[in-house]
Write a new protein. Structure first.
Length: 451
């Protein structure tokens, strides 16, 4: 049986896709302008805008969102009476972390072992290229059968909510019958997957102060209250003995009923060191998709190199709490802040501050759009049946869009399978996944137009 014409077209476009992803990855578009120049993000936004104009999009605009970043919008009209589909991705990326830990420079797309390495290659600059490939394949095979809106966010990784607030202020801009969020991924390479749930998240900064200034540990240690010691006590109170998250008043007993994640597979994907146990109880799927998870993202205290024998007067930490579907993120934030404040020992002064927040999300997988996607994914993946999985990460925009457009169907697909190592060093994308997911998206748009 000969390949579908869409698949043949996408295959022929892969060299161009690699060249474009190389250009996109080269932009150091981290939306933290204290670390990276704003000009890098602006250049990436202009690249996306130019790409949309080249593909015939109308009303292409750089939207100045309330958090000081830019999102890129464009509209491609389809046949009269056709449904409207919104395609989402984001061009901002996580910092590369320890650049010395990368085998190749993080902002240079590099091919190695059959994968393309570079920050943002999968999350989510690859998603932008996936959308472009799908649309080009349709144009080469009879035309795009739906109206298409594209929105490329500029600060998704920061969780600062710029696009969410912009959408709320301009509710007609992103209105669509179906929304395809290209920021998820397959459960495993070669296993077509839609993401049915997302955990929400909250970020809280906690600061503890005990003294007017640091003191000599020999002269005062043993009686002077140590702010760093107090912070360690507080952070330890967020976990039970087995490592389960324990925030006072927050339910931690959720159960995942769908696709399961074997412990051996998880250990391999997470690169857990030999002899080190997993934390928490219940199945792996319970722990990463259906339950809250606390992570200490950073601590401000003296580094080991150059440390002096001092009792610390102040210490602070940034804490992330992932919130499962069914739990209100605002309520979880209140519980986390109350926990931190009530667990601070010795009468130390404690301040908590919410830095970011996003609600959890649950999709309706019985909708017509999901049926169209199931058929498209199966065709693109040689008959493999579509699976539905959860995702422990957060995409706050999903809930904003669901609230603004309650009749819209929202699907989450993408390139972030486990081998991609998103947010870590040596992030990469599988070119085979990029090719097949682009084919699937194009086939989906064809099927959806006639559903």
């Amino acid at each position: 049986m000969s390949p579908h014409p869409i698949a043949e077209t996408v295959a022929s476009l892969m060299p161009k896709a690699k060249a474009e992803l190389t250009e996109l990855v080269a932009f150091k578009s981290v939306a933290d302008f204290e670390q990276y120049p704003r000009s890098e993000s602006e250049a990436a936004a202009n690249w996306v805008a130019d790409a949309l104009r080249t593909e015939g999009f109308q009303d292409v605009a750089l939207l100045d969102t309330p958090d000081g970043t830019q999102s890129v919008y464009g509209f491609l009209p389809g046949p009269e009476g056709a449904p409207t589909v919104l395609l989402y991705a984001h061009y901002d990326v996580q910092p590369p972390l320890d650049e010395a830990g990368w085998a190749t420079p993080p902002f240079e797309l590099t091919e190695r072992d059959g994968r393309w390495f570079g920050r943002g290659s999968a999350d989510c600059k690859g998603g932008i290229v996936m959308h472009l490939l799908a649309l080009r394949a349709l144009k080469a095979n009879g035309g795009v059968p739906v109206h298409v809106k594209v929105i490329a966010e500029g600060s998704e990784e920061q969780g600062t909510g710029g696009l969410e607030r912009y959408a709320e202020e301009h509710p007609e801009l992103l209105r669509a019958d179906t929304i395809v969020v290209g920021d998820a991924g397959n459960f495993r390479v070669g296993l077509p997957t839609v993401t049915a749930t997302l955990r929400g998240m909250t970020l809280v900064r906690v600061q503890i102060d005990t003294l007017e200034g640091n003191l000599h540990s020999g002269q005062f240690g043993g009686a002077a209250p140590d702010a760093l010691g107090a912070l360690v006590r507080v952070l330890d109170s967020l976990r039970a003995e087995d490592g389960s998250t324990t925030v006072d008043g927050l339910d931690g007993g959720g159960v995942w009923e769908g696709l399961q994640y074997g412990e051996a597979d998880f250990r391999k994907d997470a690169k857990v060191l030999d002899g080190v146990g997993l934390i928490g109880d219940g199945s792996v799927a319970d722990r990463i998709w259906a339950r809250p998870a606390v992570t200490v993202l950073g601590i401000d205290c003296p580094p080991v190199v150059g440390a002096t024998p001092s009792v610390q007067a102040s210490a602070r930490a940034l804490i992330s709490l992932r919130v499962p579907p069914g739990v209100d993120a605002a309520e979880a934030t209140k519980l986390l802040r109350a926990h931190l404040e009530s667990r601070t020992p010795w009468g130390a002064r404690v301040r908590t501050e919410q830095i970011g927040q996003g609600q959890a999300f649950r999709a309706d997988t019985t909708s017509p759009a999901y049926e169209a996607m199931a058929g498209a994914l199966s065709e693109a993946y040689d008959g493999e049946k579509m699976q539905a999985a959860g995702m422990g990460g957060s995409i706050p925009l999903c809930n904003t869009l669901a609230a603004l457009y309650p009749e819209a169907e929202i699907l989450l697909i993408g390139l972030n399978e486990p081998e991609a190592q998103i947010h870590a060093v040596n992030e990469s994308v599988s070119p085979q996944e990029l090719e097949r997911m682009s084919v699937a998206e194009a086939l989906f748009l064809q099927r959806y137009a006639t559903s």
